[in-house]
Design a protein around this ligand. Structure first.
Ligand SMILES: NC(=O)c1ccc[n+]([C@@H]2O[C@H](COP(=O)([O-])OP(=O)(O)OC[C@H]3O[C@@H](n4cnc5c(N)ncnc54)[C@H](OP(=O)(O)O)[C@@H]3O)[C@@H](O)[C@H]2O)c1
Length: 279
């Protein structure tokens, strides 16, 4: 298994996207005791400010900068670069965490929601990575942590676009890892299973159903444990991390099961779920 150059979270200067809630806020909490500085990025200023107060109450020496930016708009990334310029915070860690889903069939999807999902999960992640690579490469050791998903290992009906975007994120991360290894930039993709955050409320369509949760008992992990395992994997230089034994086993099965068998199983599950009868 390939390992990245050694990167330590101690004293790091991190940019965290989607830091106002869920896994992003948890990344900030767990980095706070060890990091030197963090730039917290999201659209909701009030949520970022309240996280800053919480972090300062336990880590008063931590330097915390906020950046209100919408990563699906053309000025999202320039805003982040502007904040980095203003503050002189030259990051050696990028956590591409912001992401969203959309539960339901493609045929009934709102095209604007589809576009926003692709723009955030793919375009925003790639372009922010591209924009920050020169800064990351200027350090003796840096790292990128891309938040992908176990869903990226499967062609997932009723989350078809979401699963495909996360498949992209994992593939992109593994290729980038090879490209930037000689610059001492480590790249890790973390692929959580279902995690109780606000994600599912955002993914659920107005008046629409939740996704099929039949495997959750086996796959779900709390956000703090997902983040702990992701950061441990990042420091260990791992290419891909599946937090928890359930997702680890599932990813292994999905990789080695015959594709035809997998499609048959997914079709049966889809027919049984009745999540979107109007599809
Ligand atoms: N929860 C799960 O079951 C699960 C499983 C596997 C992978 N993941 C992945 O984990 C990551 C974090 O998700 P989560 O579970 O923590 O969800 P969450 O609680 O909904 O948090 C999403 C974060 O992304 C930010 N965000 C959303 N749209 C944005 C935009 N256009 N520009 C900038 N920031 C934006 C949100 O902040 P604002 O609203 O303030 O902008 C929020 O901080 C995502 O990439 C998701 O795909 C989640």
């Amino acid at each position: 298994m390939s390992r990245s150059p050694h990167f330590s979270l101690t004293g790091c200067r991190a940019v965290i996207t989607g830091a106002s809630a869920g896994l992003g806020a948890e990344f900030a909490r767990q980095l706070a005791p060890r990091a030197n500085a963090v730039l917290l990025v999201a659209r909701r200023r009030d949520a970022l400010e309240s996280l800053r107060s919480e972090l300062l109450s336990v880590s008063p020496a931590l330097r915390i900068e906020l950046c209100v930016a919408d990563l699906v708009t053309p000025d999202g990334i320039p805003n982040i670069l502007g904040r980095l310029d203003e503050t002189g915070l030259c990051p050696n860690l990028l956590i591409n965490n912001a992401g969203r889903g959309d539960y339901g069939s493609v045929a009934t999807a709102d095209p604007d929601r589809l576009r926003a999902q692709i723009d955030l999960n793919i375009t925003g992640l790639v372009l922010l990575t591209r924009a920050l690579l020169p800064a990351l490469c200027s350090h003796p050791a840096s790292a990128i942590l891309n938040v992908s998903s176990l869903a990226g290992t499967l062609p997932l009906p009723d989350a078809a676009v979401y699963a495909a975007t996360k498949s992209f994120v994992t593939s992109f991360s593994e290729a980038l890892r090879i490209e930037v290894a000689e610059k001492n930039v480590g790249v890790t993709a973390v692929c959580p299973g279902p995690t109780p955050t606000n994600f599912r409320n955002v993914a659920r369509r107005e008046g629409g159903a939740d996704t099929d949760r039949s495997g959750d008992g086996f796959l779900a992990l709390p956000p703090d444990e997902v983040v702990r395992q992701a950061l441990r994997g990042l420091e260990a230089g791992r290419a891909v991390v599946y937090p928890g034994w359930g997702p680890t086993l599932a990813a292994w099965l999905f990789r080695y099961a015959p594709r035809r068998l997998l499609r048959w199983y997914l079709a049966r599950r889809h027919a049984r779920s009745g999540v979107n009868p109007a599809r």
